[in-house]
Write a protein that binds this ligand. Sequence first.
Ligand code: BGC
Length: 772
Amino acid sequence: MKDYIIHSEWKVIEDGFNPDNNRISESIFSIGNGHTGQRANFEEKYSGDSLQGNYLAGVYYPDKTRVGWWKNGYPEYFAKILNAANWIGIHLEIEGEELDLATASIQKFRRELDMRTALLTRSFVATLPSGKQVEVVAKRFLSMKQQELGAIQYRLRSLNFSAPVRITSFIDGDVMNEDSNYDEKFWDEVEKEAQGQEVFLCMKTKKTGFYACNGQHTRLLVNGKALVVKPEILPKEKQVATVFELDLKEGQELLVEKFASITSSLHYKKEAMLAHGKQAVQQAQQKGFDQLFAEHCQLWEQKWETADIEIKGDVAAQQGIRFNIFQLMQTYTGDDERLNIGPKGFTGEKYGGVTYWDTEAYCLPFFLGTAPEKVAKNLLMYRYKHLQKAIENAEKLGFNHGAALYPMVTINGEECHNEWEITFEEIHRNGAIAYAISHYINYTGDRQYLAPYGFEVLLGISRFWAQRVNWSEAKQAYVMLGVTGPNEYENNVNNNFHTNKMAVWTLNYTLKVIDYLKRDHPYLFEEMIQKWKFNELQETAVWREIIEKMYFPLDEKSGLYLQQDGFLDKEIIPVQQMNQEERPINQNWSWDRILRSCYIKQADTLQSFYWFQDEFDMETLTRHFDFYESITVHESSLSPCVHGILAARIGRREKAYELYLRTARLDLDDYNNDTEDGLHITSMAGTWMAFVESFGGMRVKNGQLLLDPFIPESWESYSFKLNYRNSHLEIQMSDELKITNHNPGSVSVTIWGKEYELVENQEVVLSKEVKI
Ligand code: BGC
């Protein structure tokens, strides 16, 4: 845990330079615009410890896997979002001496990320070994308006010298991924071009053949006056630069302005990329930094308008929640159904930038609540487009007849993960993908999505479940053997409650969807029967039998559904009674000890109790919460939010607050000592869920929005916004609750158990004793 980020409502601030925290800050101060994103590396040279990171959404490389013992069914490669050309570089030499923050002495260092506008500002005074002193202020942003543009303003003032200065503004494509399995470089140069202040570099990925083209226009002003430039292409391969040389007088300020274009063949035709880059940088430099920034800010303002959460009375909490929302909005904009959300977004290499079940289970609710409907829909479409690959994936494992198993991790629909206990066994992910469809429809009312997209995915997943279970003569029930639940601290278990539940739920839901299609889309349903060779009578008869006779491990004595067969054979010692110094257990215990222990990594049985809370009475929810929470170590950041929401549901508000705090500032305070690897983007969505669903008590039941708000004692007030169907709601909570629908029309909302009709701009004010 660290505590160096200064608390502020709208800004993230680092004051003073500590090289030991540099990688952490590079993650925290990352910027992005959904198409590209970047760690907060320095413009000038830095020979200290740093993880250089520029990422282009959807541009990946199939890195050959490393495994000890190969198993049939393993994928050949692990797709990685690539570290792409570094476009921010501005190196400075003063009388032959390089400005390098690792060798200079640094004073007044400050990094500020303005979350309202996604502007990164960095300032410092550096004394070079020769004694020359400069003051620097650097600003940059990645345009939200024109997603192929970035801009930098770099000011440098001489504080105590007059000397020749050489400024090299460059694009460097000679980059690699730190986690490359065989130290390979993934990019080849295609072409480069230099025309005075404009230089361009086009690269191509090995194997996957993606093109990426970077361009830049750099201009230099001294005390506000533009300087003539001497163009130069550096002799080095994969690099291109514009170099300026001038004599800087003591007290003079030079300003380097860099307008950059960053395009990939995912969004532009290869042949047109260079021309497009030229046009983009031309237009950008004509508009200038301020106008580009103003246009970008407008878009950010709109985003915050529908997504902000305000907390009064606790600046740390305020900064924490805004940081989570801000990073999510930078990572995914939902304008391209081929893109998705990696657990680290654009902020680091860990998890390869690929898609996990995190998207459906955690990110979808955030985008449903805060962004236009199409954003969440594109997340679903991503999986729809991968259906054929999911069917092939299942075929590789021996399934047939259109059964679909979605990969544990993927970028293009193919499985990339190869640890047998996860790749083959952590199949609850298939259930999460099915659940997301119903969640989306329940929230938006867009049932049309089922015809045919939702239905086709559900059919593939249902067929998988029907083949994955088997009949047990001994139990006279269907069972599911050899699985891993969300709790990865135990593998190859039989009858994991959550996985069995997801299977039965999917089959049930698909049956309902079939009824709907037959009723509302009979012709389309006929087409589906042909397309998928769907023998409705026979297949649904099997599904019904499984639904009726699925086995769920239940301990009659305690009334507990067990996480899996034999769970109570374990020695049950609550987390509170274990030696706290041995936590986290994944860093202190052998894997063998972890596997045999009762400790649960993350919400597993409780994931089902969360998703299907309306199926259980309060007593049952409470009984299961008490048992499982007491032995859960929450060593996945995805875990506390689910437990927190359940805690709120059963009236344990202090507990809900305590669990919320565990993730709210996870990265800002580097709680788990791993922020340097990148931010926990997908668990940030869990934090949003925990806020809105615990404190706001928000859920949607049968298409009706329910709210059951309360407020932690230490806060004066909070407010959050929700896009719900055609309404845009603002929920303000203090000693009383105010709720306003800012959109035309009206919407029915159940608040504290009573139904209200919220009409456009009419504030409803209610009061209740709700402080904890
Ligand atoms: C969790 C998984 C999650 C993955 C990526 C793992 O530690 O156990 O549930 O999908 O991280 O966030």
